[in-house]
Design a binder for this molecule. Sequence first.
Ligand code: LLP
Length: 387
Amino acid sequence: MKEIFKEIAKRFGTPVYVYFEDILVKRAKIVKDVFSDLNYLPTVAIKANNNPYLLKILKDIGFGADILGEGEFYAASLAGIEPTNIVWNGNGKTPEQKEFMLKNNVKYINVDSIEEFEYLWKKENNFELFLRVNPDIDAKTHPYISTGLKKHKFGMTFDQARILLEKFRERISGFHIHIGSQITEISPFKEALEKTYSLAKEYNVKKINIGGGWGIKYKNENELDLNKLKEELMPILKNFELVISEIGRFIFAPSGFLLSKVLLVKKGEQKTFVVSESGMNHLIRPALYNAYHDIEVITESATKEVVDVVGPLCETGDFIAKDIEINLPEIGDLLIIKNAGAYGFSMANNYNGTTKPSEVLVKKDGTLKLIRKRQTIEELFNSCIID
Ligand code: LLP
């Protein structure tokens, strides 16, 4: 494994996001097979990773797409995903976006609120509308990525959904539930589905989008047990004529790595800092959610030490890992930052005038393919007007 990373660094330079096709395909097939007994449309949550080459691999396995707006629609269409397999999500949709989605034949809309329904969908017959309900359930995940409680901005209450169903039943195709991300326990999914099913029965609603949120193992937690999930959800799901899912992290996270070079090793009075060329600009999850990403070092050194792996940017919040035990590297050694395939590149930014990494795919046959070029400084500033 380390040899491949060394070769990639040599051929393509660093920092670089590296994806493995075999892992990606394996994970995608697991997601696809879970509910294959049903009329099931798995979609890929493009927000987790928008590289069209990777999306095309998923499309070929049978995935549709969950998109937020025109940008993610564009990624989906570059991957050849049929608009009839696309779900449009969001809590701030505009009439212009609606026209765009209509023109491009997007089929499914998740309606976030009663206000959105009144504003955009009341007189609209061209889409299948799913009401996003907020079941008021604690997903037991990081507060920033938890979405299913009343205090969160997402979805409508069951009473609000009832108001719409009473007036517009024939316009509404299904329900959508998404209670958060990186959820590793079954019970929140089950509870949310049970609650929603009781409403579905009341109004004979036959289609459901169960969202995403399937959690993986970053550190001590266990990956969500999909066999168990299937066992627990099937008795309810089999009552629906169509089941849609929107999965991002579970597919992408373990298939992607951020490969970054060590710029310096600095001995502070209290801590040793390993300065990586990638920081919160290329992987913001540790800075934003205190998320843990395991790191493996490619080095000759065998001394283990507890260090902070930090980025080179001008903020104390710019770190990749805190108090992590690794082989103490030297300048120029490589860091393999794991589980970075989801919400890694897609959340990368240009803070401090830095450019985004390139992306390379290790294909099934072991060959390497550049799937996104490194951003250039010219690209960063070519939209600026200076006179
Ligand atoms: N469906 C909807 C409506 C969503 O909002 C999301 C994620 C998904 C599906 C996919 O969820 P997944 O299967 O990836 O858990 N940036 C954060 C995660 C934000 C999730 C946003 N919504 C992170 O890096 O952990």
